[in-house]
Design a protein around this ligand. Sequence first.
Ligand code: FAD
Length: 566
Amino acid sequence: VVLNDSSQLSPNASFDFIIVGSGPGGATVASRLSENPRFSVLLIEAGVDSEGIRDLHIPALHSSVAEVYIWNTTTAPIPSLNNRSVAFPRGYVLGGGSSVNGMVYTRGAASDYDDWAVITKDDGWRWKSLRKNIPRHEKWTLPVSGRNVTGEFDPQYHGFSGNVGVSLPELGHHVLDRVGLEAINEPNQTEFHYNQDMNSGNPIGLGWCQSTVLKGERSSAASSLLNKSARARPNLTILVNTYVTRVLLDENHRNRIRSVEIGSLADRRVLGTIRAKHEVVLAAGVIGTPQILLNSGIGDAGELEALGISPIHNLPDVGKGFIDQALFPMVWLTNGTVAPPIDTEAALEEWVTSRSGPFTDKGLYSHQLFFGRIPSASPLWKKYPDPSSGRSAPHVELLFVGLDGEFPILLVFVSLLTTTSKGFVGIRSRNPFDPPVVNSANLATRFDVDGVTEAVRLAKRFFSGPAWNQTLGTLITPDPDALPAAEWESALRDSVISNAHGVGSAAMSARGSRRGVLDPDLRVKGLDGLRIVDAAAIPRVPTAHTQAPVYLLAERASDLLIQQWK
Ligand SMILES: Cc1cc2nc3c(=O)[nH]c(=O)nc-3n(C[C@H](O)[C@H](O)[C@H](O)COP(=O)(O)OP(=O)(O)OC[C@H]3O[C@@H](n4cnc5c(N)ncnc54)[C@H](O)[C@@H]3O)c2cc1C
């Protein structure tokens, strides 16, 4: 059942599990736990129900999602970005980020997960172990259009009967796709190669972008895991429009979290508390989760006291360790062929009537992604150790967007996936309704400045050569090879934006380690009855867009919870 208002809950209602936040983390856990009719589950989401909001379901409209479905989060002025504040978007609706995101589905490198296992000293986090859950997580679907995608993916890496829809585009290849393939096949080109399936655990190369799209429609955590049959379960209550302010201790046990306090964000007032018999699971995302912990008095005791909050548990790393991959936009002029006009009215009509046509396509003018390593011969490696998790882990991602209009351009988002700068998430006052403080500290390390510079050079090499030369004109964004070093660095600090791929703000570490926030079973260290299952828990930045890693983390979290309470 879905409730729009907490007044619809029966008085003194209590549940076995209370899950806060319905993104890939929370929706997965709520769905898996409620598959067992013995467990009663309450899922609380601050935003509205996504069901029936047409535009959220249309893949092509992902870049123009209405502001009401996105938390208006902006970072503090960041010194390493020339004191700019940048937007850090996150979903504010059932399904969280997966209901508003770009739907790119990438798992990253196997060695990224193997590093989680090293950091936590728990082999259950290894890729080999996590990938066993792919069959129940993923619902790989061939294009309904019947387009032949042989050679564009490898079925051995996919699940066909899970929940989250993943697919290749319904439509055929665009100009940029054809040029991309031609370019890597040029005889003199040796640096870049084709990768038939970038979700095998080895993402490196140019390949076809897989997306969380099912039969022409966005497949979000809400539409896939909180689908009709999940909503019909008598033991699952989904409470939307409800903001969790704090988690609260049991009156009789000093270290046991027993309930959540809820409130109305619109009226900025507390509405009541709800009790969890077994556990509270925070899945409010990389910003929301540390915010709730800090509001509850769980964090660095000195910092909390300075804000007038009585600490209930001293855990200095809460909110620390927040990493977002640095993103630098590059723009080339084009010959005007990469983005032929689309009749948007006709496309909308076609989508509404048959879930087909251009609006099924999230990447209107490109269907490819590129992942690559900064070459081992680069001077960068004389100055810095390699921060990647292994030789199959990329340092750089290139995501291409073609845009036509008065000035036809190719926009390339260059990400330094192996970002090393760590920021923080904090709170500004003792009022839990105040917005959080977010500092993503992009480009704070020298490695990140030099790494993005090398990533831009890699992009320049990728987009050179005869195939691209016919299509692309001048590079019109700042170029490290055309500017004096100091000018380039300043231009870089003026241009880098958030990738909305934050992780690590309440991360796992080894049992017994005094660093980190969670033990390897995702329990908040030193407390009972409180786990975290979302991007905040991820202990190292993945070489991926972050939804797939969160889904994989949450599938294992569900197993851990079920194991404990069966
Ligand atoms: C604009 C955008 C584009 C992106 N593009 C991609 C992409 O193409 N591919 C990809 O893999 N990743 C992408 N991401 C990132 C991806 O969506 C996130 O990594 C993922 O959703 C994280 O899942 P999560 O469960 O950790 O948290 P979230 O998805 O952030 O979910 C947290 C939920 O908790 C709710 N919440 C927060 N605070 C409270 C509170 N106090 N009380 C109650 N509820 C609360 C929020 O409203 C939200 O619904 C994008 C993100 C954004 C915002």
